[in-house]
Structure formats: C-alpha cells, structure tokens
Design a protein around this ligand. Structure first.
Ligand SMILES: [Zn+2]
Length: 262
C-alpha cells in the first residue's frame, strides 16, 4: 500500500499566519500530490487541519480537500475542535464514537489514526477510553502490519520550545505499541519539522508542516519571538509492503511560495 502524508495545514479561509497563506500552501500540496502520487491509496493528514476551528474554516478546507484524487484520512490536532471537524470532514465508518479514532485495513496493511486532542491544551492526551479503543484494535488483529498516526509526539525530541507540548501519556502509548510486533512505525506532526529515530525499538517520523516550519532548538526562542525559517514544506510518501515500510519526503513547493516578503 502506498500513502501520502501531509500535516499541520493550519487552514484559515482568510488572513495569514506569520506571513504564510494557508490556502496557497494547501493548493500547492494538493496539486503536487495529484500530479505525482495519484496512485496512493490514501492521503493521511496528521492534525491541525484548521488553525482556528470555525465552521467556516472546516467547510472551506473540506471542499478544497475534495480535489485530492484519493480519499483522505484526517486526524485531530490541538488547533482542531471535534464537533466542527466531524461535521465537515469525511470520516471512515466505524470510528470510536466519542473521539476521532479509526483503523483501516487494506492490501495487507493497517492504518491506525489516533485522536490526541485535549480541549484547551496545546499538549496532547490519550485518556483511558482512547487507549482502551487502541487495545481493542490489537485484540481484534495483532498480525497485520500496522502504521500508527497521531498528532503529538509521544516522546521528547530534544527541542525545549516544542517538547513541553508533546503527548502527556506518551510512555503509556509507547508501552502498548512496542508490545505489538505488528506495529512497524509511528508518524506524527505538531512539531513542524522533520525528525526520525527509534524509541524503544520502534521507528518514528515527524514531517514538516504544510503551513510553515519551526525554528531549530538553539538559540532559544518562544512563540513571541518566532519567525518561520525559509524552508520548503514537504509531503511524505510512504510504502508498506510485506511488513516493510519506506518513507520518502518531497518538497511540494518552494520556500517562498505563499509567503509575503518580510
Ligand atoms: Zn499541533
């Protein structure tokens, strides 16, 4: 199975964020994916679909995402709100009723999408109800090669500005995932940068945001002093075959596209 992966659209129907136009960035991503990866089974979008979770923003982004030539699988991020999200974005059948968590199996692979939204908090949460749903997925199927997507990193990445807003129950999640040999890799957004590594034997990957990228850890910065670096956004291209996983990242537009001059 082939997937494309986008994260952190931070979509707004009007206005800019740090000089970046979310509408132009999304259009560039969709055009690139359709031109080069129309054969992907799904496009996974790992959270922060909206920058501000209004009905207008979700209706607009949902309409624009219909241009993708493959079904898309949206996850919640800390900027999202479940009710408006579920009202406007298409979601697979059989999701957990109270949360936007679901699993899809196709062509010998399974995609698990988690909902780490904690209302009113930038950090992520997986309560016992959500972890219990995850346990049920492994009770039902413990053999199909599985990729797990979530918005928040479940561990520190060595970035003092970003690490405090990671997933609060990261250790509990990693304990569950590393106990399941069928879980091949985890994928998350939120940090607006590429990162790769192995945690407790489990490979992980983070991806650059569609909207803008985070600054390096040093020199120290905070969101008041934040000024996005001139880095092109990227799409992840994931292949999983016979339990083998590959990830390739491709810039889908230039760093200056959709950005006002400073
Ligand atoms: Zn986020």
């Amino acid at each position: 199975m082939k997937l494309v992966w986008l994260t952190d659209l931070h979509f707004k129907s009007s206005g800019k964020q740090h000089r970046h136009d979310a509408r132009l960035r999304l259009t560039a991503a969709i055009n690139y994916v359709n031109q080069h990866h129309a054969d992907a089974a799904f496009c996974v979008i790992s959270g922060d679909i909206a920058d501000v979770p209004t009905e207008e923003n979700y209706a607009d982004v949902a309409a624009r995402l219909q241009a993708l030539r493959m079904p898309f699988l949206p996850l919640t991020g800390n900027h999202d709100a479940r009710e408006a999200f579920a009202a406007h974005l298409p979601l697979p059948e059989g999701r957990q009723p109270e949360f936007i968590q679901y699993a899809i199996s196709q062509n010998g692979a399974r995609i698990v999408c988690l909902d780490t939204l904690a209302v009113g908090d930038d950090a992520g949460s997986l309560c016992n109800a959500r972890l219990g749903w995850l346990d049920d997925q492994f009770t039902q199927d413990s053999t199909t090669p599985t990729l797990v997507f979530l918005h928040h990193p479940p561990m520190e990445l060595g970035h003092p500005t970003l690490d405090p807003s990671r997933l609060v129950q990261g250790d509990a999640l990693l304990a569950r995932l590393t106990a399941q040999p069928c879980v091949k890799q985890i994928f998350f957004g939120h940090v607006h940068m590429n990162a790769d590594g192995v945690v407790n034997g489990l490979p992980y990957a983070a991806l650059k945001a569609v909207i803008f990228q985070a600054m390096p850890a040093s020199p120290a910065w905070n969101w008041d002093s934040f000024n996005p670096p001139e880095e092109a956004p990227e799409v992840g291209v994931i292949r999983v075959e016979n339990g083998r996983v590959s990830l390739k990242r491709e810039a889908f537009c230039d760093a200056a596209d959709g950005v006002d001059p400073a």
